[in-house]
Design a protein around this ligand. Structure first.
Ligand SMILES: Nc1ncnc2c1ncn2[C@@H]1O[C@H](COP(=O)(O)OP(=O)(O)OP(=O)(O)O)[C@@H](O)[C@H]1O
Ligand SMILES: [Mg+2]
Length: 379
């Protein structure tokens, strides 16, 4: 099973690239599911097919779904819904309140994750392609399971943990206030944690970054790479899309971007004179990017995280690119290290589980050298 996730700045071509990938996979005989977590329902536009909130056939070997939070919430999560409405509004479910909750930011992302979990369990597909919405924050929802998982464990250190990331997960603030009850909805928690294990399994999941040649979308892609590495998610490809082949400068820009991301492989796609819409054009887009290669290939795999245990010390290393000017803070909380990186282009935080031996150790140093963040703990 492969899970391939496309992310990138708004308008760079995530949706068309996700569709093109899915079509090419289906044609290479992989049973493929294309999931969109974009509330704007852009899959239908790209495929020129009306796709609904239930899985539907697009072509042989290819099904697609646009996650609709209201449908998911009201059909599958009645318990959670009733708990949440009671908690937030002090009354039971009515359709108006259900709608309000389903429309909270991040809900489509949450339900997309749960949908992926559902499909992974069913094992009906060889490949699941996820098209993410444009928001720069979207990727954070991939980390959400991990963060909720840590919360469950570090119950006593909540305020500490929340210091920085509360804002990011504001949509869920209502839940957190009554964490006890939320955690008792353990099924969702367990499913999300399980999903996070899948997302960080390099042999299953690849995150792919879609960028154009402009500085902003490249910056966005770099940020995504940096934070994916910190969370142990494998990025296997950068797709540089909308290259204006008639522009000499653009060619130079592409080469510069490729050097920037080295050793991560980059694929190119040129700017078409028309929008990329419909199966035929999407097919061409896929051919241009992958040529004769199977899009389910893991194009790049690297050990981005390592942990070394000696008698009296533990050293954890992360490969984190693009953090030269970052402000890094590390805190040890019981059997985890909380890493917070404040960066000119954003803010990320992760907690890393430590081996048991680390419980009686102290965090003695944190340093960044040649893109490697090293954290040392000693007895
Ligand atoms: N190589 C290309 N040449 C010409 N047009 C393109 C190309 N790639 C994408 N487009 C067009 O650019 C627009 C944005 O593409 P797409 O919807 O795939 O981007 P996106 O990153 O998913 O956007 P959003 O962030 O809004 O979800 C669409 O109209 C699409 O047809
Ligand atoms: Mg899109």
């Amino acid at each position: 099973m492969r899970l391939i996730i496309y992310t990138g700045k708004g308008g760079t071509g995530k949706t068309v690239t996700a569709c093109a990938t899915a079509i090419k996979l289906a044609e290479s005989n992989h049973k493929t599911l294309l999931i969109s977590s974009d509330p704007a329902h852009t899959l239908s536009d790209a495929l020129t097919y009306e796709i609904g909130y239930e899985t539907r056939d697009i072509m042989h070997n290819l099904k697609a779904i646009e996650i609709d939070p209201i449908f998911e919430l009201t059909t599958k999560y009645i318990d959670l819904l009733s708990y949440t409405t009671n908690y937030l509004f002090g009354k039971g479910i009515d359709s108006h309140i259900a709608y309000e909750i389903a429309m909270m930011p991040g809900m489509t992302q949450l339900f997309s994750l749960l949908k992926i979990d559902e499909e992974v369990r069913k094992k009906d597909f060889d490949a699941i392609i996820l098209d993410m919405p444009p928001s720069g924050e979207a990727l954070k929802f991939l980390y959400f399971p991990k963060i909720v998982g840590s919360l469950g464990k570090n119950y006593l250190n909540l305020s500490n943990f929340f210091g920085g990331i509360a804002k990011v997960f504001q949509p869920f603030a209502g839940y957190y206030k009554s964490l006890d009850s939320f955690i008792s909805h353990g099924d969702i928690l367990r499913r999300l944690e399980n999903l996070f294990n899948i997302i960080t399994d390099q042999s299953i999941t690849s995150l792919r970054l879609v960028t154009n040649v402009d500085t902003f979308s490249v910056k966005n892609a770099k940020r995504a790479l940096m934070s994916a590495n910190l969370f142990g998610i494998n990025v296997d490809l950068v797709i540089i899309n909308k290259i204006n082949i008639n522009n000499h400068e653009a060619k130079k820009d592409v080469e510069r971007i490729e050097t920037n991301f080295f050793p991560l492989p980059c694929k190119r796609a040129k700017l078409n004179s028309r929008e990329v819409r419909g199966i035929d054009m999407l097919k061409k887009h896929g051919e241009e990017i992958f040529s004769i290669q199977d899009p389910s290939t893991i194009f790049f795999k690297e050990n981005i995280y390592s942990i070394e245990e000696n008698n009296n010390s533990i050293s954890i290393k992360f490969k984190i690119p693009f953090v030269k000017d970052a402000d890094i803070q590390t805190t040890k909380i019981n059997d985890e290290v909380l890493i917070q990186i404040k960066h000119s282009i954003g803010y990320i935080a992760n907690s890393v589980s430590l081996p048991l031996a680390a419980i009686n150790m102290k965090l003695v140093s944190t340093r960044l050298l040649n893109n490697i963040l090293e954290i040392v703990l000693k007895r």
